[in-house]
Design a protein around this ligand. Structure first.
Ligand code: FAD
Ligand code: SF4
Length: 511
């Protein structure tokens, strides 16, 4: 009797109980990892995403082998790699006399469905276990999210209590409040200096040649000779250490800021490592709490950071698993327009979009506010089809896995879920972008103009969006001020603004 344990590319969790000391001595277990066309081709991925995942998988497999585990690894170009889970598994079941398949729950609905179908076909015993990464497991998600999606704030507070994070001795939040978001809204003007971009350059040129030889279609720059993303547990831990020492103290204050001078500002750059499970969310949270305990980080900053991981990351996963597969079809605002072609090449005169897109193509990364208030905001205001917006986000970011990408894109940024994730659409005009960034300086468009020569498209589109969705949105209490401002605007000003928006929408590919 022999057991095959399947490891997916985003299941590189060496702290999983599969790798406990007692398991190591088992000679009847074969660990299997596969680089597959079914995974490289379901979306148009960024070159660094494919490169980084394959490099991390190869490193993980090698580390397992060195530790004495039996491993079978399918490289993308191997002659006997049939590029499909079922076909490769079938081959191994026969050649290795496998009688049992064990696997961890997949995080993506698509993959889980594919694996379930494959295991039914194989006709051998199957054991599916937890991936032991998240702080809320799938059974708890079913309980907490099945009937009604909780508000993120209350979900987060319950987890703070459950994991006893930032609480006083009476179980109340430290500092007397749960949320310090209002302290975290500064613009950045060059000081304090932002830390350098990811610090682990390595040469992955040989692997890139294999990917190219296989004919995999990617977007963006591979930067194979100088690859920066962490691909091993030690690199991931080092990235976390650099973040906590150099950037975390300023994370809170500049969380919403954007700048042409730094792609990350004071963000962590750890989402790729977290999503591959090279890092565990609790160890990231505890690393930040240690800095707070040592007095190097303020309460408002550490709370803001913990909220992202303990709150948002777990919450979006809950929404995804509670609402899939229907979630992928939601389009509450009935947006149908095609994604402008310049999302794929950055060829637009709108400086904020150009900068965010160019950076994304170069690095496979943009930080949260660039994703939400620049690229996402424009797509929302212009009424772009959420399927196309999803496909773009799923492809362009190295950290994009559907369980986290889709609720953020379709829900938070496009309001296509009608408000399950956010209580109002994240729509902003140029005044927001100009307040939080240096993008508007030197832009072809004028941030202050609503219509007329050189008027910033965000302004007229902002009002066009609210006007066309008034029947659905005007009674939202959080939008009362917005609609009041619109109604107070003189009729000719309203008309000129809407006309301007219509003109821009007609020539959207030329903006
Ligand atoms: P930091 O800002 O330093 O935050 C630390 C960590 O908190 C992140 O690494 C991430 O794990 C977690 N986090 C923060 N915000 C969120 C959030 N809203 N949802 C889930 N986790 C969060 N994140 C992904 O991991 N994959 C995606 O595909 C993805 N797509 C997004 C699409 C859109 C439209 C938006 C608005 C956000 C998306 N996010 C996604 C969330 C967030 O933007 C990224 O996690 C973050 O930018 C990663 O960079 P960082 O590690 O420097 O994050
Ligand atoms: Fe973006 Fe408008 Fe500012 Fe130009 S003026 S950078 S388009 S917000």
């Amino acid at each position: 009797m022999s057991t095959l344990r399947l490891l997916l590319g985003d299941q590189l969790n060496i702290r999983h109980s599969w790798f406990s000391a007692t398991e190591r001595s088992r000679s009847d277990v074969l660990y299997v990892l596969m680089e597959l066309r079914s995974e490289t081709d379901y979306a148009w991925h960024h070159a660094q995403k494919v490169l980084g995942i394959f490099a991390a998988m190869r490193g993980f497999a090698q580390a397992l082998q060195q530790a004495g585990y039996r491993v079978r690894y399918f490289k993308i170009g191997d002659a006997d790699n049939q590029q499909d889970f079922l076909q490769n598994l079938r081959q191994l079941v026969a050649s290795e006399q496998i009688t049992q398949l064990e696997r961890q729950q997949a995080d993506e609905f698509r993959v889980e469905a594919m694996l379930q179908a494959a295991q039914d076909e194989l006709g051998i015993a199957v054991n599916v276990v937890d991936c032991e990464h998240f702080l809320v497991d799938r059974a708890a998600i079913s309980q907490q999210f099945a009937h009604k999606i909780p508000r993120m704030e209350f979900f987060y507070r319950a987890l703070r209590k459950q994991y006893r994070i930032l609480l006083d001795e009476h179980g109340q939040p430290l500092g007397g409040q749960w949320n310090f978001d209002q302290d975290n809204r500064k613009r950045w003007s060059g000081q304090p200096p932002a830390p350098a971009w990811l610090a682990h350059p390595k040469d992955l040129s040989e692997l890139w040649q294999e990917i190219e030889a296989a004919g995999i279609k990617t977007i963006g720059e591979p930067q194979a000779a100088n690859f920066g993303w962490p691909i091993s547990r030690s690199e991931a831990k080092a990235t976390l250490a650099v973040f906590t020492a150099q950037a975390l103290p300023h994370f809170g204050a500049y969380q919403d800021a954007m700048s042409t001078a730094s792609p990350t500002l004071f963000h962590a750059g750890i989402s790729f490592a977290l999503n591959l499970k090279l890092l565990h969310p609790l160890e990231v949270i505890h690393a930040s709490l240690d800095e707070f305990a040592a007095g190097r980080v303020s309460l408002s900053t550490v709370e803001g950071f913990v909220r992202q991981i303990l709150g948002w990351r777990e919450f979006v996963r809950g929404v995804y698993w509670a609402r899939m597969p229907g979630y992928a079809q939601l389009n509450e605002l009935q947006h149908q327009r095609d994604l402008p072609r310049w999302y794929w090449d950055g060829q637009t005169r709108m400086n904020c979009l150009k900068h965010a897109i160019d950076q994304s193509l170069a690095l496979g990364y943009a930080h949260h506010i660039q994703r939400l208030m620049v690229t996402g905001n424009f797509a929302l205001l212009a009424g772009i089809d959420p399927d196309q917006v999803d496909a773009w986000y799923l492809g362009i970011y190295v950290d994009a896995f559907e369980w986290v990408e889709m609720p953020n894109t379709r829900g938070m940024s496009q309001y296509a879920d009608g408000g399950l994730l956010g209580s109002k659409p994240y729509a902003g005009s140029a005044s927001y972008i100009s307040k939080m960034s240096d993008y508007c300086k030197g832009c072809h468009y004028q941030a202050k103009l609503r219509h007329g020569d050189g008027a910033c498209p965000f302004n007229s589109l902002y009002w066009h969006f609210h006007q066309r969705h008034a029947p659905r949105l005007q009674n939202n209490p959080r939008l009362g001020m917005t609609y009041q401002t619109w109604r107070k605007m003189p009729a000719d000003e309203q008309q000129a603004t809407l006309l301007q928006a219509e003109q821009y929408l007609q020539q959207i590919d030329q903006l």
